[in-house]
Design a protein around this ligand. Sequence first.
Ligand code: NAP
Length: 272
Amino acid sequence: MKLKNKIALITGAGSGIGKAIAIEMGREGAHIAINDLTADTAEATAREVEALGREALAIPADVADAAQVDHMVGQTHDRFGRIDILVNNAGVYIPQDGGFTAITDAAWQRILDVNLNGPFYCSRAVVKDMMDRKQGGKIINISSVQAEVAHFDASAYQPSKAAVVMLTRTLAVELAPYKINVNAIGPGAIASEGMGATLGAEIIEAYRKRIPWGARGYTRDIATAAAFLASEDARYITGQIVYVDGGYLSDSTPTELKSQDHPVPPDDPDPK
Ligand code: NAP
């Protein structure tokens, strides 16, 4: 087990990628504080982690609210005594129908509050104790391929995820003297409950043709990368953005030119 008796706090772990990370880190031996906006979903993930034989604490809180974040980190310390691993996963994607000029102030602000301020508040609340303890630590931010390439309906989401990339590098440099690793994962198209479930069959098929691997990824593909980055196997890796995207960012071939020589590969089974 890569994470035996480590204590991890994972935000947005009531569903999707965050839930998969909680379960994967639980499998690897960690005890988990599970944050989500909704108490019921956080509790449900906690029961799954406990079923693996680990301790779990569900903490409903809004990561966009600094006072709630401080309280959440305090609750985790009260229960487990420390935090070794922080995963800043909670994120929102509000589709921007009508494009850039149609985006409301409220949507812009909410996306930045959750996707950027959230990781800032959580990291600030967690690293003080990590620095004092001098035992190192791991911070993993969940960014997106959309930090690197733009899509037509995500004019607030994309800047928020690009800022998370730079927050990752900034913290990595500042915290390296304390042996705190700070890295990010940039998921490609992942079949998650929330963001993934809203896509129609036609859009999914279009992505299958665009992604060299030929299929969307699964939440466990992100979770296993997170468990690796949280482990001592990744001791010397910091300030990196690991894109888990089936080759999406590496491929500039127009889809129309691919079909002849590059047939779309079949879907993989979900590794769960
Ligand atoms: P998801 O299934 O919608 O899960 C997101 C979770 O975060 C939900 O449980 C949600 O809770 C929670 N959450 C939202 N706002 C929160 C807040 N303010 N405080 C605490 N928890 C909050 O989405 P996902 O696909 O797993 O996405 C997880 C992360 O991966 C996000 O940062 C996303 O941007 C990133 N990502 C996803 C994809 C993809 O293809 N799925 C691609 C690139 C990046 P509620 O359900 O209660 O609102």
